[in-house]
Ligand binder design. Structure first.
Ligand code: ADP
Ligand code: MG
Length: 306
């Protein structure tokens, strides 16, 4: 992380003092910053060169507990400044690296929150995110953060699993509130006011209607990749060669690799396979996802006697 002295000064951002650089996005610099005047003491500021951005228009209208809030927006000659609700927990990606993988309970806790925000985006706001991945899932660590794996799986992760303990107790609890960030690639697919596909009224062609469904299914595929990764600690599709990787994805060529998947429930595997389905017509949509038994298990309090 950069030290305070090295942080740049941006014209027009004098009201904030930049504290540290948070993430390195492909298209942006994001800083943690103190706000001397606003409603939030601390915020995240995403600085984007003007020719690289188009997404704040979308974020402005979104209001959901699992979506990072746009607090304010300003600009200078060269930059856009996107002032965001700060997620002090950072990226979910770092938690996966730290914990090796998540227990099924913890995975469910995380993925359900991501799914709730997708439900809102797809069914209420008419927006597809198009860049769902662990780097764009941030969290607000409240009220407790596990620092170790509940159960080590194999000899290879035993030492990692033994690190640390649950801070502030609560055993199988969550990691806090998970929020979707980075609407840089997202797109409005239908007008939430008129409930019609964007730009058309009444005479919508079937391919447009289909198009809308397909674009939502892109997020569902990504949701499947995230869930797979949470459960075992590595992504479903990987190859050092981009060409081979692309082939594998196109064919939907993945496996529940032994021994890592041996102890993961059939129900969780069933859900993953309904998301990593190549045919977008057959792939689960967000409603089917939320109704799957593996997700609904969460409705039952864990202390209930069976
Ligand atoms: P990019 O489009 O460049 O990927 P992101 O919006 O994903 O930009 O931001 C890049 C990184 O900055 C994120 O992956 C995350 O690490 C960090 N970041 C972004 N927004 C916030 C926030 N509100 N709170 C904390 N960290 C953030
Ligand atoms: Mg990003």
């Amino acid at each position: 992380r950069e030290s305070k002295g090295k942080l740049p000064r941006y014209p027009g951002l004098e009201r904030y003092s930049l504290v540290e650089k948070m993430g390195d996005g492909a298209f942006s610099n994001v800083y943690r910053a103190r706000d001397r005047e606003g409603q939030f003491e601390e915020v995240a500021i995403k600085v984007v060169r003007k020719f690289e951005m188009n997404s704040t228009q979308i974020m402005r209208n979104l209001d959901h507990p699992n979506i990072v809030k746009l607090v304010e927006f300003s600009e200078s000659r060269q930059y856009y400044y996107i002032i965001l609700e700060l997620c002090p927990g950072g990226e979910l990606f770092h938690q996966i690296v730290r914990l090796t993988y998540f227990s099924e309970d913890l995975s469910r806790h995380v993925i359900t929150q991501v799914a709730k925000s997708l439900e809102y985006l797809h069914e209420v706001a008419g927006v597809v995110h198009r860049d769902i991945k662990p780097e764009n899932l941030l969290f607000y660590p409240t009220p407790f953060v596990p620092t170790r794996n509940p159960k080590p799986k194999g000899p290879e992760d035993e030492d990692k699993a033994d690190e640390g303990e649950f801070i502030k107790g609560q055993g199988a609890g969550g990691i806090g509130v998970v929020k979707i960030a980075d609407f840089g690639l997202s797109k409005v697919i239908w007008d939430s006011q008129t409930m019609t596909p964007c730009g058309t009224v009444g005479y919508t062609a079937p391919e447009i209607v289909k198009d809308e469904r397909y674009s939502k299914s892109v997020d569902m595929w990504a949701l499947g990749c995230v869930l797979y990764t949470l459960l075992c600690g590595f992504p479903p599709f990987y190859d050092e060669s981009i060409q081979v990787l692309t082939e594998k994805v196109a064919r939907g060529q993945y496996t529940f690799l032994s021994p890592w998947w041996d102890d993961i429930s059939k129900s969780a595997q069933d859900l993953v396979s309904h998301l990593l389905t190549v045919d977008p017509e057959k792939r689960y949509d967000i409603i089917q996802f939320l109704n799957h038994p593996w997700i609904r298990e969460a409705d039952e309090p864990t202390y209930a006697a069976h």
